[in-house]
Ligand binder design. Structure first.
Ligand code: SF4
Ligand code: SF4
Length: 333
């Protein structure tokens, strides 16, 4: 374990964690909502430091990132714990676990960087659960990875507070943030979180200048309302219409086993509303379809053809469309 960043000691021996918008007040001997940040004798500790429960090598498209180093591999790591408790969580066995509940490895940051190099992964992805809650491990690994010429990406629910987002400039290159639904959805489905905080985190990440993509796991009857999609499209467009936005198909999981698999028609409508509001790169994921490819926002030229998580064809040249020369938002090296 390692002493946590972003917390305040309080006179009565409790601590206030300032890493995410939960702002847990944690008495001595207890942990915060995420279960992995614990008050030990008046100090806050990150209990999963260097204790990943998942270490995999994935294509970057699987995160999904579609405008960030296409075709590259990402060494992907997670520890247990999450600051949300989404009823649909695909990874609930680890996201809702406490330290020691599931098998964990002991891997210091140096070893993670070494593993990435061994597997020829140019990227390290902090993913599967919520990387914000293992921030210190991600930070130390990410700084070392950057020194060794690797890139770092967060796959996050977007609940980190501004100070943590600002500091992540020191190691993060890209971030993919969930935009899960309206306020009611965040309250009822995601464990009492707030949409406004997520929107603020998205803005803060955008301000850092790092590459940003958004994902909405689309669940019929929960977050497929036209006015919400149009409102969110307006918010994102005001930041930058070139931010890629993925609408992905929901498959029943954890406590939402009785909810139907999202139909392609619903996903298509979501996409149409977002495009209609001016978003330029809107994808449909978790289902084979033509909206999995990248087309130039200016002239419609096919830029990247994908099959599943594989890049079949990449026509982008020096970050530009080969047909009209428009600059395509993203990191293409
Ligand atoms: S990171 Fe964990 S302990 Fe800290 S505020 Fe968020 S949920 Fe609470
Ligand atoms: S934020 Fe992600 S990892 Fe956490 S509970 Fe929700 S879906 Fe699972």
């Amino acid at each position: 374990m390692r002493e946590a960043m972003f917390y305040e000691k309080l006179p009565d021996g409790s601590v206030k964690c300032c890493l995410c918008y939960r702002e847990c007040l944690i008495p001595a001997g207890k942990s915060g909502f995420c279960r992995v940040r614990k008050n030990v004798d008046g100090r806050l500790y990150a209990m999963t430091y260097a204790r990943p429960c998942s270490v995999e090598v994935d294509p970057i498209e699987k995160k999904p990132f579609y405008h960030f180093m296409p075709g590259e591999l990402a060494l992907s790591i997670a520890t247990v714990g999450c600051n949300f408790s989404c009823l649909h969580c695909q990874n609930w066995e680890i996201s809702q676990a406490s330290p020691g509940d599931v098998p964990e490895h002991e891997l210091l940051p140096e070893k993670i960087v070494e593993l990435a190099q061994d597997y020829k992964a140019r990227i390290i992805a902090y993913t599967y659960t919520e990387p914000t809650v293992f921030y210190e491990y991600a930070y130390d690994t990410g700084v070392l990875a950057r020194e060794n010429g690797l890139k770092n990406v967060f796959v996050t629910n977007g609940y980190a507070k501004p100070e943590a987002v600002e500091k992540s400039r020191e190691f993060l290159d890209a971030v993919r943030v969930d935009l899960k639904g309206d306020e009611q959805h965040y309250q009822k489905v995601c464990g009492g979180a707030h949409l406004e905080n997520v929107l603020n985190t998205i803005k803060e990440y955008y301000k850092t200048g790092m590459h940003l993509e958004i994902i909405t796991l689309t669940i019929e009857g929960y977050n497929d309302k036209e006015d919400w999609v149009r409102q969110m499209a307006g918010f994102l467009k005001d930041l930058d219409p070139g931010i890629p936005w993925h609408f992905t198909r929901f498959f029943p999981a954890w406590k939402m086993l009785d909810v139907t698999v999202t139909s392609f028609e619903v996903l298509k409508k979501m996409r149409e509303w977002a495009v209609d509001e001016g978003m330029q790169y809107v994808y449909i994921g978790n289902v084979e379809n033509e909206y999995d490819n990248t087309y130039c926002h200016n002239c419609g030229e096919l830029l990247i053809k994908r099959y599943g998580f594989s890049v079949v064809e990449n026509n982008i040249k020096d970050g530009r469309c080969p047909a009209c020369g428009a600059r395509i938002p993203g990191v293409w090296e």
